[in-house]
Design a protein around this ligand. Structure first.
Ligand SMILES: *[C@@H]1O[C@H](CO)[C@@H](O)[C@H](O)[C@H]1NC(C)=O
Ligand SMILES: *[C@@H]1O[C@H](CO)[C@@H](O)[C@H](O)[C@H]1NC(C)=O
Ligand SMILES: *[C@@H]1O[C@H](CO)[C@@H](O)[C@H](O)[C@H]1NC(C)=O
Length: 552
């Protein structure tokens, strides 16, 4: 249903209108998609590199409204001491890369697996996606860019890349590697491939993969069992993303929806946000080859809803750190020092590191930036800071900046520091410089960051602060965000507290509030909103953004 038809065709009954979701289906940094339909509910796993807990799990009932329900990797400390961000060690951009996740109906358990540091393959398991997740096994071989297929008889097969394509058969309890075989040799006309996703349909075996240098997506197919031989077909070649300023979508996951239609959820690079999911219907030819339902050769901006919209709790809003544990959207920069923070109807951050380097400070707590533009505000009590302490709200990436309270010579001040930079080996090359400073009285401050993270936006962030929660004053200039892809993960909002002189100080963060001012997610109610003030699903896409161009 075209919008123009709707505006003029006033006699059309709402019940005849096909509702559509919008792409990118979720504006959030969740790359290396593995989506599964488990008993009618959809689950989504993604990469998190050096953030802990890692490998978030999202849940959806319609494929376009998603909520965070847990993490498959409870603690990156399992991967080695460098994940603790201590003693000069760091693991930026290491950790969780493309990995796999599924429910095994043969034993009723959930499994996650991935190669860490190009060296070892870890598998975690849980009886519920919400956890608790525990480490099951740690193989001393790297199954790089791996994917999981559980065959009809319950045998797990892991596909992976090591120049060429391999399949490893695991024991049914996932604890041992039974055998491994080279199943496909990369032809000389393909430079390299990344991401492997194995599937079985109608007795045929498939491995989905892509060449990052050309963004051509390939499908390998075997009519002869899991071990091949496989022949290569092309899934997409040059299909552009659904909005301007993003890369061609790649490295997807296959989903059979509850209505019987197949879908492909892949991701597109959209810095400074990061890598965000795109959902498109997929059809099968009578010869067994799949094809994506493109629109004029590119990924469509809208497609009909796969299901009736099923809204989930909003991503946006205020987190008051109620209870004694953190919500599912929070991830620490590296493994946190749990002795240095407390959640108890507020978040207390005791300084965990003495350093002048923001990137060496432990216990920075982060969240992805929801939507194309968002504003985060924290309320922070700073009366227990010590001289030399720095605490506040940061824009975190390999080029970072923050607004916070610095305390020196007994005097707290509001400070903005910018130019905190790492090089592409993730060593700190600049600890930043003060960009603005202001006096403050009292012991409570509201710190705010507004960030425009859509590639088509001005890609800047502006800090402000308040002492009453009502009147906010801009502080410092707007900062341009880094859009280089090599850090992989996009910008995050981060709450931090570190010491430059001595441990012992603390801050209490009463709340974190995040509001989106741009497009956040697919909605699934695009046409309906013209005639009915239904609140857009996926939390926060302003109703007005549905009748004006979503992407400016
Ligand atoms: C699948 O869903 C049905 C109906 O909601 C439920 O009874 C059953 O326990 C579920 N099975 C699993 C494995 O979750
Ligand atoms: C949380 O704070 C309350 C009130 O101060 C206190 O009674 C309780 O013991 C605290 N709980 C934990 C787990 O620290
Ligand atoms: C702090 O309080 C003093 C005394 O009331 C006042 O003179 C000063 O202007 C205040 N400074 C700020 C930044 O509010």
């Amino acid at each position: 249903m075209k919008i123009s038809t709707l505006l003029t065709g006033v006699t059309i009954s709402l019940s005849t209108i096909a509702l559509a979701y919008t792409n990118p289906v979720l504006w959030n940094d969740l790359a290396d998609v593995d989506v599964r339909n488990v008993n009618g509910t959809y689950y989504y796993s993604a990469s998190t590199m050096h953030y802990s807990p890692g490998a978030p799990i999202l849940r959806s009932y319609d494929l376009f409204n998603w909520e965070f329900v847990g993490h498959s990797v409870p603690n990156l400390a399992d991967f080695g001491t460098k994940y603790n961000l201590q003693n000069g060690q760091r693991a930026y951009v290491n950790g969780i890369w493309a990995s796999w996740f599924d429910f095994n109906q043969h034993d009723g358990k959930w499994y996650w697996g991935g190669c860490i540091d190009f060296a070892r393959t870890f598998i975690y398991t849980a009886s519920k996606p919400e956890g608790p997740w525990t480490r099951l096994v740690d193989f001393s071989t790297c199954m790089y860019d791996s994917g999981l297929l559980i065959d009809d008889d319950g045998t797990p097969y892991v596909s992976y890349k090591s120049g060429n394509f391999y399949v490893a058969q695991l024991s049914k309890d996932f604890k041992t590697i039974v055998s491994t075989k080279l199943v496909y040799t990369l032809p000389s006309d393909i430079a390299s491939c990344e991401g492997t996703r194995p599937y079985k349909r109608d007795g045929k075996y498939y491995i989905f993969t892509d060449d990052p240098s050309t963004t051509i997506e390939y499908v390998l197919m075997s009519s002869n069992g899991v071990w091949g031989p496989y022949t290569k077909g092309t899934l997409t070649n040059g299909a552009r993303g659904p909005v301007t300023g993003v890369s061609n979508p790649v490295q997807g996951s296959l989903i059979k929806a509850n209505n019987g239609q197949w879908y492909y959820m892949c991701f597109t690079s959209a810095y400074p946000t990061g890598r965000i999911p795109v959902l498109a219907p997929l059809n099968w030819g009578s010869d067994g080859w799949p094809s994506i339902q493109l629109v004029n050769g590119n990924f469509g901006t809208t497609y009909p809803d796969p299901e009736t919209a099923h809204p989930v709790p909003a991503y946006t809003g205020t987190d008051s750190f109620s209870g004694t544990s953190l919500g599912n959207r929070w991830e620490w920069n590296h493994t946190p020092d749990t002795s240095r923070f407390t959640v108890n109807n507020s978040l207390t951050l005791r300084t965990a590191t003495v350093t002048v380097d923001f990137y060496s400070a432990r216990n920075t707590l982060t969240q992805r930036i929801p939507g194309q533009s968002a504003t985060a505000t924290i309320i922070m009590e700073f009366g227990s800071m010590l001289d030399g302490d720095r605490a506040g709200l940061a824009m975190v990436r390999d080029m970072s900046f923050w607004v916070g309270i610095s305390k020196d010579n007994g005097i707290p001040q509001v400070r903005v520091v910018s130019g905190i930079n790492m090089d592409t080996t993730w060593k700190t090359v600049s600890t930043g410089a003060t960009a603005a400073i202001a006096p403050i009285n009292g012991t409570t401050v509201w710190l705010r960051a507004k960030a425009n993270v859509a590639p088509s936006s001005d890609r800047t962030a502006q800090f402000s602060y308040s002492t009453d929660g009502t009147t906010f004053k801009n502080i410092g200039n707007t900062f341009a965000m880094n859009t280089d892809w090599r850090f992989f993960l996009g910008y995050r909002f981060g709450i931090f507290n570190y010491a430059t002189s001595v441990l012992g100080g603390s801050v209490k963060v009463r709340s974190y509030d995040v509001q989106a001012s741009g497009y956040v997610g697919g909605g699934g109610g695009t046409t309906l909103s013209l005639t009915d003030a239904v609140s857009p699903q996926n939390s926060g896409a302003a109703a007005s953004s549905l009748v004006s161009p979503l992407y400016g």
